[in-house]
Design a protein around this ligand. Structure first.
Ligand code: GLA
Length: 383
């Protein structure tokens, strides 16, 4: 149904054809969680679930936005951007704000947007909204901004206007995705490498816990503060330490006694996870899925016990797979406190896996388990 219904809605609402149709995908992340804002590595990919934009420029300062999925309209002026309490329009106004703060001259626009990225599922629907609009404005107003700048604008919108102090992974993956590839991003210098993923016998399945923790955003910001607190202790002891990337196990353990217990646990997770992504990527290069899967479980254990961003339902979903021969690896994905687990599953066992997981989840929580089998796609693009 998407994107044609978005284009049709645009025509009905604004009585003209849209100038531009853009697709901005959601993302998965195979490994490297909570490492982006700690100067580590991540391994995300764009997926075949996306937000679509139908947009046309205007000659005044008015922006009229129709959310197809919420069936709501929101209008604002370019020179009067006011954040609304927990409103979808903030993701879009945030992008407009960042573009203008960077000194780029734009006019208003008419926009219809919507798509099939589940919200609150940890697959970055908000990043897709941000990168999609940044991409649209760049095209509509010939801003000629490098793609990485559009990523940074999306991230800054989330940080400054929405108020979530996220890292760069989600907007990066939504923008730079490539068909059938995952991307290893070095979040310290933003260099990246595509890993074509050939999984002839396996498939990637997300299991949605259905949990949307309202605490998620504030706990996310708290984790960042805890990381900063630990890092400041370490850099006092070791002046060469500029970020968690520079911290060895020996340095960390030498400071354990000076750290609060929770800060030490966060640090232990981060140092381990930065190292794990490197090992996992080597395993992927060597086609060693067993090691890759084992690293996914190690990540989950760290997120559950040390970083403390999992929840009972996510742990349950991962636990169901631990002795399942059809599953190579499983872990919670994204910021945490709800959302999906990501699972690498043997293709021939897919149906049996889905049945087993669905039955177990229903028996435990009385709820149907929603799952998505995802394909890896290109990033944000003009259609
Ligand atoms: C959220 C943030 C990302 C990243 C992940 C955790 O998705 O938006 O920047 O920190 O959580 O890896």
């Amino acid at each position: 149904m998407y994107p044609s219904c978005i284009a049709t809605q645009f025509k009905q609402t604004f009585e003209k054809e849209a100038t531009l149709i853009v697709r901005a995908p959601g993302r998965i992340n195979l490994i490297g969680e909570h490492t982006d804002y700690n100067d580590g590595f991540v391994l995300p990919a764009a997926i075949d679930k996306a937000i679509y934009f139908a947009i046309s420029p205007r000659t005044d300062k008015v922006c009229t936005i129709v959310s197809f999925d919420f069936n709501e309209t929101f209008t604002f002026q370019l020179d009067n951007l006011i954040a609304q309490p927990r409103h979808w329009a903030n993701y879009l106004m945030g992008v407009v704000d960042e573009v203008q703060k960077a000194g780029h001259a734009i006019q208003g626009f008419d926009l219809v947007f919507g798509g099939d990225i589940p919200t609150g599922a940890g697959v970055s629907s908000s990043a897709a909204v941000e990168t999609g609009l940044a991409f649209c404005l760049n095209e509509l107003y010939n801003l000629n901004l490098p793609t990485m700048n559009l990523v940074k604008i999306g991230k800054a919108a989330e940080n400054n206007f929405v108020g979530v102090n996220c890292g760069i992974m989600d907007q990066f993956a939504s923008m730079f995705g490539k068909q059938d590839s995952v991307i290893r991003l070095d979040c310290r210098d933003l260099s990246y490498e595509y890993f074509p993923i050939k999984l002839p016998n396996h498939t990637v399945i997300l299991c949605n816990s259905g949990v949307k923790h309202s605490l998620g955003d504030s706990e996310y910001n708290t984790r960042r503060l805890e990381c900063e607190e630990g890092l400041s202790l370490l850099s006092q002891a070791y002046p060469s330490v500029k970020s968690w990337r520079d911290v060895s196990w020996d340095m960390l353990t030498s400071q354990e006694a000076n750290m609060k217990e929770n800060v030490f646990k966060r640090a232990r997770y981060v140092v381990g996870e930065i190292e794990r992504v490197v090992v996992a990527c080597d395993a992927l290069n060597a086609n060693d899925l067993a090691t890759f899967g084992q690293k996914m479980y190690e990540t989950h254990n760290g997120l559950q016990h040390d970083y403390a961003v999992s929840c009972e339902e996510l742990d349950f979903l991962v636990d169901q797979t631990r002795n399942d021969e059809a599953v190579v690896g499983s872990r919670m994905m994204g910021g945490g406190f709800g959302g999906c687990t990501v699972n690498i599953v043997e293709k021939s066992q897919k149906e049996a896996f889905l049945n087993r997981m669905g039955e177990a989840y229903k028996a435990q929580y009385g709820q149907e388990l929603v799952t998505y089998e995802v394909a890896l796609t290109n990033g944000t693009e003009r259609l």
